[in-house]
Ligand binder design. Sequence first.
Ligand SMILES: [Zn+2]
Length: 306
Amino acid sequence: MFAVQVARPQAILYAQTGAFDTQGTHNDKLSYTYTMPELPEVETVVRSLRAPLIGRTITGVWTDWPKVMRSPSPAEFAARLPGQTFRALNRRAKYIVCQLDHDVLAVHLKMTGRLYIWDNPEPPDRWVHFQLALDDGRYLCFSDARRFGRVYLAQDIEEIAPDLGPEPLDAAFTAAVLRQRLAGRHKAIKALLLDQSFIAGVGNIYADEALHAAGIHPLRPAHTLTDAEIARLHQAIRRALEQGIAHEGASINWYRKPDGERGESQDYLTVYGRDGQPCLTCGAPLVKIRVAQRGTHYCPICQPEP
Ligand SMILES: [Zn+2]
């Protein structure tokens, strides 16, 4: 069985500081539709963890849920991680990518994952199922109430996720690249934006925001977009993601920054979650439909039907 290298008491101790939000759902309306962290949320986690993690060496591995280690085996994690130092932290799509001395440690938060540093072995919430002890006496905690999140160990991220599309904020992702990728695609544009092999890191919130800003109906078949619409969409995707990062992510239900605080992106959304409320551009009531099994918000006036 997997070697437990970090002792942790069974007792659950909650945060002493008021800052750490130990409640899972914190929305005004209790929602069982979880919003998955997207590019801005994951990027915020990466940026916050760089300073405390880079240069730190792993001294131990703890889990009470071995399945969190997707690949390789938990025994491999326990054998390979201790002694390795965090050299860089980056993001690829919705993965947190930690470059260690000899491996890449990747974390996918899925729906309810939270990654943060804690000062002692008793984390502030009861959903920590994977923990790394660090050489400064602190702990990297992976908390995940729904347990869909996963950690991976590999030589590079491509080994873990070989089919990821381009990074939308990279300079190489131009409107021409988007036009090329849309050509011949008959799927609804919203469904395509959610496809991680089409474009990396965009999810339900920022897809709705970008389509509204670009004035494109979510059900438009992708290949029918005009060059002008593609240029608007390209700019709108980047702007929505950049604003999401600037506001440190959307804490609609589970997502929290590594310091336990909520991001503020949800306060600036123009369509997502605002069905029935007036469009901020034209005043018409916003509508919610389902596209690709996801709740999709749009304005029937600003985003005319195909
Ligand atoms: Zn409108």
